[in-house]
Ligand binder design. Structure first.
Ligand code: SF4
Ligand code: SF4
Length: 337
């Protein structure tokens, strides 16, 4: 396994590490087996989230007696001081530890930026937890390139890691992530397999490693087989050949036409549909084997794909020229509403 230092944190992390979303579809016994495999292959960075239902709890139980062998990262959607303070304590309890290595503001969008970083915001609670030794480092995760840029430019001295989508299809963060690395902020690739849409996992991970934009990748894993597959890929992170670069270009062209990057530029929808979340849920349903969870989350949304009136306003704003109306029909067909 290859290891890299995570920016200025001093943490030495396996370049292919663990994303904890799929643990939700698992159970406690399987999580122990997954953590056994992570230990065996030296995948020492474990990322989870308050929002991944049972993921923190299962991982906490599986880490009993071996917490020190891993670097633990989690995150919270709380944007205010009180909410974040509570969430840090819940994460500590769930993960059965007295410190968390990296605590992240989860999926921060521009609209929440001032609240999270301003007085009485979530960042204050994280800074306080860090001073008390409850957490060791502070990070952010985002899907919006504008939010990522702003955080690096304005909060570069206060944040130590950034997590952003990066894969063969989603390279929109390339320059900004390289800038982050140049400033000593660690970069973590979420969705390295483009949300389960890339068939050749080895190629996907080699592409990221060769990019120079990313320190570590955290593919989601919910089984020992997935850990083994990614561990085997980690042994072959060789540079890409000309032929393979062309293959990546072809994948980008073919998949990119129908691939939502969750940038949010299409908003606002005329009837209030949260367009990227609709696409996200159908992806969870089809690619992550999280059907019940995706259906529950989808039904809880205020507006559904089936409400689209076909005005086309969103498509004018999508920088990737996605056929949003056609894609939403597909989502509505899948969920039945
Ligand atoms: S086309 Fe549909 S999704 Fe797009 S803005 Fe109009 S109503 Fe909303
Ligand atoms: S539909 Fe287009 S504009 Fe909207 S979030 Fe997805 S990629 Fe961005």
């Amino acid at each position: 396994m290859k290891y890299k230092e995570l920016g200025k944190t001093g943490l030495k992390c396996a370049v292919i590490s663990f994303g904890g979303i799929p643990i939700q579809r698992s159970d406690a016994a399987n999580t122990v087996a997954v953590v056994d495999a992570l230990e065996k292959y030296g995948m020492n960075y474990i990322d989870t989230a308050r929002g991944y239902t049972v993921s923190e709890e299962y991982l906490g139980a599986a880490l009993e007696g071996r917490r020190e062998k891993f670097i633990l990262a989690t995150k919270s959607m709380s944007r205010d001081y009180e909410g974040m303070k509570k969430d840090v304590e819940i994460s500590l309890k769930n993960l059965r530890t007295d410190y968390i290595d990296v605590y992240q503001l989860h999926n921060l969008a521009l609209k929440d930026y001032d609240k999270a970083f301003g007085p009485g915001g979530a960042y204050e609670a994280l800074a306080e937890a860090k001073a008390a030794g409850r957490i060791r480092h502070i990070g952010v995760t985002a899907h919006s390139l504008d939010a990522l840029k702003k955080m690096i430019e304005e909060q570069g001295e206060r944040i130590e890691t950034v997590m952003f989508p990066y894969n063969i299809v989603e390279t929109q963060g390339d320059a900004v992530l390289k800038e982050a690395r140049a400033r000593g902020i660690a970069t973590i690739a979420m969705k390295p397999m483009a949300g389960g849409n890339l068939d050749d996992g080895k190629l996907a991970l080699r592409f990221i490693e060769a990019s120079g934009a990313i320190d570590i990748s955290i593919p989601g894993m919910g089984s020992v087989e997935e850990v083994e597959r990614n561990a085997s890929a980690a042994e072959e992170l060789t540079p890409l050949t000309e032929e393979e670069l062309k293959t990546c270009e072809t994948i980008r062209r073919e998949l990119g036409n129908h691939f939502c990057r969750r940038c949010g530029y299409c908003a606002p929808c005329t009837v209030g549909i949260d367009i990227p979340s609709n696409f996200l849920m159908v992806n969870y349903l089809r690619k992550y084997d999280l059907a019940d969870w995706a259906r529950a989350r989808y039904s809880g949304m205020a507006h559904h794909a089936g409400e689209c009136i076909g005005c086309g306003e969103c498509e004018k704003r999508c920088p990737y020229e996605l056929p949003i109306r056609e894609m939403l029909k597909d989502v509505a067909g899948e969920f039945g509403v």
